[in-house]
Design a protein. Structure first.
Length: 79
């Protein structure tokens, strides 16, 4: 288990300009970013035990974060 925040800047180094352009021009992409940040915060809070959640719930949050990251990556490749 890692308690290092998985920020989008860390996950997609060198893609800041593309992320900004897609965020301002694509509402779906902007919503994905917001959702990713929210889920990522929840994962980090669970991993650092700020919030007490079951192991299953924490794993579900990690899977949700991974799905969102995959969607964001696909849009970055396409855009």
């Amino acid at each position: 288990m890692s308690n290092t925040p998985h920020t989008l800047q860390d996950e997609f180094p060198g893609e800041a300009d593309k992320i900004t352009a897609l965020k301002t021009g694509d509402t779906h992409f902007a919503r994905l970013l917001e959702e990713y940040d929210a889920v990522n915060d929840r994962v980090h809070r669970a991993e650092t035990r700020v919030d007490t959640v079951s192991e299953e719930h924490e794993e579900g949050l990690r899977r949700q974060r991974a799905r969102l990251k995959d969607q964001i990556a696909a849009m970055l490749r396409a855009g």
